[in-house]
Ligand binder design. Structure first.
Ligand SMILES: Cc1cc2nc3c(=O)[nH]c(=O)nc-3n(C[C@H](O)[C@H](O)[C@H](O)COP(=O)(O)OP(=O)(O)OC[C@H]3O[C@@H](n4cnc5c(N)ncnc54)[C@H](O)[C@@H]3O)c2cc1C
Length: 470
């Protein structure tokens, strides 16, 4: 039996470097998930799970497979404004969560740098936020998940089931998450108090993170990857703190207070900003942009706390619609490595030196503090992550991959990890080494039991040989 050709759709990961044709299905009812599993078996096709497509690389695409897109399976089933427990279908996005709960004084416990991920995608990757050093990944705050496995089992899993920690984080390769019950975080204000600090070098970066670790609620630092010598590692650090407000129904808890304006400085339409960024989106333009950002950070507002909406603070990148188009025509990759605290200063410094020697400096560098967790494909370490964006052109792809592999070696030698949501360049050996042979063995056994016909896949799974039958 063949699948209807009119379902064939080309999709890409968020970085747009590769696309794949898949047979698109967007179910709205639980029964349809069963039917699609049956369809896959009867047609000999595999299934790739896809949320909002915000993973940068190839985790949400699957050449010639059934593309099971969960974005229409997006009902909030219940919310208790007393306890902050929310129960929702897997296609509900982070944006839907905060819009639904904010006026009851609740905010998602962990959010990514964009509000568009679905809960299915968020748990497939077990995303982290700028509060990773305190809150860990989002899976830590999940009370219950309902999962349909390709072998026909349908289970409700809680934190007392080992399988809970194995389905979450394994990139949609063990089971289909259908429903999520999540504990939201209680807040008193829709604003956070943000403290910006201009940071001169690596040494000061690491010291600042450690100094604020016990008091801040969120921490993040932007790194200028062009700076070298004594200025290597310079950037802007931001600590943010939840706030209290005297009023019982503060205006900051209304969604309209959070909504980002359509214009910049009151008149400039945000929708065209990416066209200006595109002009600067080359090595010279980005060297200048990074320098200008650091210089203005030193002069304007350095050390002066100010209030900012939770949306403005957490989802800065959503502020500029279609910003990724500035990387066209070749697209871009994000490379994020996680390195234990003791080794991170040396590894990150060397990663920057390698980029500079290759004249392939990342146009955007972002650093965060993390803690370990119990999930099977965990990227959490007691240490730091550095996320790096690389523009891909017709001529530089091979050199960027070579650079990534050199940086991987540094990370692996330091006992570090990688994050599949941000990966495009790992080899099977690199990935197995990073999670360790024991975790890989556990995964392989689970895959054979829960997905005996190897139904769940993705181009990432094929690239990293995540099917033990390969
Ligand atoms: C601008 C930007 C900023 C970001 N910032 C951060 C950040 O700060 N922290 C962070 O951790 N991540 C960050 N990310 C990455 C993003 O949070 C993750 O890639 C997340 O997984 C995207 O969710 P999605 O719904 O788009 O899922 P997709 O990318 O579509 O899918 C992600 C994975 O989940 C699987 N999957 C999807 N649905 C299900 C399901 N129902 N059951 C089982 N598996 C499923 C897919 O097969 C895939 O492997 C950022 C991404 C962007 C574009």
């Amino acid at each position: 039996m063949n699948l209807p050709l009119d379902r064939l759709t080309n999709v890409t990961g968020f970085g747009m470097i590769t696309g794949a044709d898949g047979y698109l299905f967007r179910p709205t009812q639980v029964e349809e998930f069963y039917e699609i599993l049956q369809l896959a078996k009867s047609t000999g096709r595999q299934i790739t799970m896809r949320g909002s497509g915000r993973s940068y690389g190839d985790a949400n695409i699957g050449s010639e497979s059934i593309l099971l897109d969960i974005t229409r399976f997006n009902q909030i089933l219940s919310f208790d404004p007393q306890t902050g427990v929310i129960d929702c279908q897997a296609g509900v996005t982070i944006e839907q969560l905060w819009r639904h709960t904010l006026e009851s004084s609740f905010w998602p416990p962990v959010v990514s740098g964009t509000m568009f991920p679905t809960m299915g995608g968020a748990l497939g990757m077990n995303l982290h936020g700028k509060n990773a050093f305190k809150a860990g990944p989002i899976g830590n705050h999940v009370i219950e998940i309902e999962v349909l496995f390709p072998n026909g089992e349908h289970s409700v899993l809680t934190q007392s089931d080992p399988l809970f920690f194995q389905v979450i984080s394994t990139a949609g390769l063990l089971g289909i998450i259908l429903r999520v019950k999540l504990q939201m975080h209680q807040i008193n204000s829709g604003d956070v108090r943000v403290l910006p600090l201009s940071i001169p070098n690596w040494d000061a970066q690491f010291k600042t993170f450690e100094n604020f670790r016990n008091e801040a609620d969120y921490m993040v630092s932007w790194i200028d990857c062009f700076a070298r010598g004594k200025s290597a590692g310079r950037g802007d650090f931001h600590a943010a703190y939840y706030m209290d407000e005297p009023s019982q129904f503060p205006i900051t808890l209304r969604p309209e207070h959070q909504d980002l304006p359509d214009t910049i400085m009151g008149f400039f339409p945000k929708s065209v900003v990416w066209r200006f960024i595109k002009r600067l989106n080359n090595r010279t333009g980005m060297r200048f942009t990074n320098w200008a950002k650091h210089t203005s950070g030193k002069i304007l507002g350095n050390g002066k706390p100010h209030p900012l909406s939770l949306v403005g603070f957490n989802f800065l990148l959503d502020y500029v619609p279609n910003w990724r188009n500035s990387y066209l025509p070749g697209g871009f990759i994000q490379y994020q490595s996680f390195v234990p605290a003791e080794q991170a200063p040396r590894v990150f410094a060397q990663q920057l030196e390698l980029q500079q020697a290759a004249k392939l400096e990342s146009f955007l560098g972002v650093m965060k503090r993390h803690v370990p967790d119990n999930f099977l494909f965990s990227h959490g370490v007691d240490g730091y992550s550095l996320a790096l964006d690389f523009k891909i052109t017709k001529t530089n792809k091979e050199s960027v991959w070579k650079l990534a592999h050199q940086m991987n070696e540094l990370v692996l030698a330091a006992g570090g990890r990688f994050y599949l949501a941000k990966d495009s360049t790992l080899t099977p050996d690199h990935f197995t080494q990073s999670i360790g042979p024991e975790s890989f063995q556990t995964y392989a056994q689970l895959k054979l039991r829960l997905d005996p016909d190897s139904i769940l896949t993705s181009d990432l799974a094929r690239r990293l040989h995540l099917d033990p039958r390969d």
